[in-house]
Structures are given as structure tokens and as C-alpha cells.
Design a protein around this ligand. Structure first.
Ligand code: NDP
Length: 262
């Protein structure tokens, strides 16, 4: 856990999510890491998913050191359905139930359509869209069985607004919005809530992985030119959404930095 994650956790420490079991995908860095810490701090039993095992292990230790229940983790790739099944099964074996799924794992391969590496497009859809849908598919029977659950899908402002060089990334995040709304209509009568989070620019390592060099440079400059959000800002919004009474479904939260105009 980073120093700032840790102090954010302390600030919000409470037991509003006591005994709730939450899975967080993409928990090895950025928004997922901060959200896992914030959920643990609010009393939840947390199960972490991502590929970088060393980061997940360190986060578990760090959360325990802060005095909260030690999470469990599954080194897993959300593009691999067998990894998802293993993590969901392991979480139920350990904690007995699943109340909350934070579908956060994602990549952002921004760049122009002309000349794009189409392998990047496939990878983005495999992770951002199918990974999120398959995680949802795997946890849903457990939530419906207990007539309660909350699925939080991390989309983006790019799931509302499209700009040049974000055509493919926006396509994945618009898909997240469409899937979430259809899902919400299907499962709300079964006690399962669905929330979409649409962050603007957040200072994380997401931009480090942009493969188009010119786009990466301009996006990094754009983010550096404003007071970007922190991962904890988004984690706080997620904790707010999942802490509401069962009769309240926060459908959508859009959060931009004050300095971000579009
Ligand atoms: P990070 O790069 O810090 O985090 C991305 C996380 O996703 C990492 O934990 C990474 O873990 C995980 N991940 C990536 N690929 C896979 C995979 N195949 N299987 C499992 N986990 C995977 O970026 P952010 O925290 O910023 O991004 C989190 C989410 O927020 C994403 O969905 C992103 O689109 C969204 N978002 C971010 C914004 C921003 O400005 N930062 C703005 C709007 C939305 P690992 O590599 O260990 O697998």
C-alpha cells in the first residue's frame, strides 16, 4: 500500500462494510489498489485479482499491518476465464460468499485508428469488456443465491465522450456502459445493484502502457498539465456507492478533476 493509500484508509476507517466480501480486479496498482485498501478499511473481507503476484502479496501485508483483515489474492489474468473461475471459487471457499465485485482491471491503448496495432484492440476488448463480463458472469449466481450483491464497473469519461485517438478505448468503455445498464435492469429485482464509475484523468500508471509513442507523450503532458485525481478519490466514490442502504442503487458516478474541461 502506498503512503497516500494508507493514510486515505485511516481517514475513512469504519465498519460500514463489516462482514461483506468484495472481489477487486486490477488490485495491483492505481485505482484497484486504493479501492482494495479502502474496502478493507471499511470492514470488508477483500479478495484481490491481477497478474502481478508480488504487488498483490505486498498489498495484503500492508493492509494487515494497518490493522485490517488481511485480504486473499489470486494471481490471475481476467482475459482467461479459467483464472476468473479459480479466483471466484477460491474466494467463496475462503469467505463463504461474495457481496461486492469491483470490475476495475483495464488497459488504455490510445492512438489513431489509422495504422493501429489491431492486437492492441483485441487485448483491450479481452480485458476491458470480456474480462469484466466474464467476472460478472462468474459472481452473479452467488449474489442471486443470497438475493444481495453489488457490481461496480469502472468505465471512464471515455465511456461518455469520444475524442480523436480514443476511438477504440472509448468503444470498450461504451460497451461497459451498455452491458452495465442491461445487467442492472435484469438483476435489480433479484437484489443485485449495478454502479458505473466514470473517472476523468487519474494519476496512475495507466498511461505508461500506451503503445503509440506520440499519443503516450501527448496524453502524459495533458495529465501533467492539470491537478489530476488520485486513486483514492475514485476509491472514496466506490466506497460511497457500495455503502448505501440496499434500497439505494447509485447507478452512475462521473468524477472529473476540476481542471479537466471535457
Ligand atoms: P493501472 O494501470 O494502475 O491499473 C490497471 C490494473 O489492471 C492493474 O492492477 C493491472 O494489474 C490490471 N490489469 C491489467 N490487465 C489485466 C489482466 N489481463 N488481468 C488482470 N488484471 C489486469 O491503471 P488505473 O488504476 O488507472 O486503471 C484502473 C481502471 O480505471 C481501468 O479500467 C481504467 O480504464 C480506468 N480508468 C482510469 C483512468 C485514469 O485516468 N487512470 C480514467 C478513467 C478510467 P496487472 O498488470 O498486475 O495484471
Amino acid at each position: 500500500m502506498t503512503k497516500s493509500t494508507s493514510s486515505a484508509a485511516i481517514k475513512t476507517a469504519n465498519s460500514v462494510l463489516k462482514d461483506k466480501v468484495a472481489i477487486v480486479t486490477g488490485a495491483s496498482s492505481g485505482i484497484g489498489e486504493a479501492t482494495a485498501a479502502a474496502l478493507a478499511c471499511a470492514g470488508a473481507k477483500v479478495s484481490l485479482m491481477a497478474r502481478r503476484e508480488d504487488r498483490l502479496s505486498a498489498l495484503c501485508e500492508s493492509i494487515e499491518k494497518e490493522g485490517f483483515e488481511k485480504p486473499i489474492f489470486f494471481a490471475s489474468d481476467v482475459a482467461k476465464p479459467a483464472d476468473i473461475e479459480r479466483a471466484v471459487k477460491g474466494t467463496v471457499e475462503k469467505f463463504g460468499r461474495i457481496d461486492i465485485l469491483i470490475n476495475n482491471a483495464g488497459v488504455m491503448y490510445l492512438g489513431p485508428v489509422e495504422g493501429a496495432n489491431i492486437d492492441d484492440w483485441k487485448r483491450m476488448f479481452d480485458i476491458n469488456v470480456l474480462g469484466l463480463m466474464n467476472c460478472t458472469h462468474a459472481v452473479l449466481p452467488h449474489m442471486i443465491k443470497s438475493s444481495t450483491g453489488h457490481i461496480v464497473n469502472v468505465s471512464s469519461v471515455s465511456g461518455k465522450v469520444v475524442s480523436a485517438r480514443s476511438a477504440a478505448y472509448s468503444a470498450t468503455k461504451f460497451a461497459v456502459g451498455a452491458f452495465s445498464e442491461g445487467l442492472r435492469q435484469e438483476v435489480s429485482s433479484k437484489g443485485v445493484r449495478v454502479t458505473v464509475i466514470q473517472p476523468g484523468a487519474v494519476a496512475t500508471e495507466l498511461t505508461d502502457h500506451i503503445t503509440d509513442a506520440a499519443t503516450q507523450k501527448s496524453v502524459k503532458n495533458w495529465v501533467a498539465g492539470m491537478r489530476a485525481l488520485s486513486s483514492e478519490d475514485i476509491a472514496n466514490a466506490i466506497v460511497y456507492a457500495v455503502s448505501q442502504p440496499p434500497t439505494v442503487n447509485v447507478n452512475e458516478i462521473t468524477i472529473r478533476p476540476t481542471d479537466q474541461t471535457f
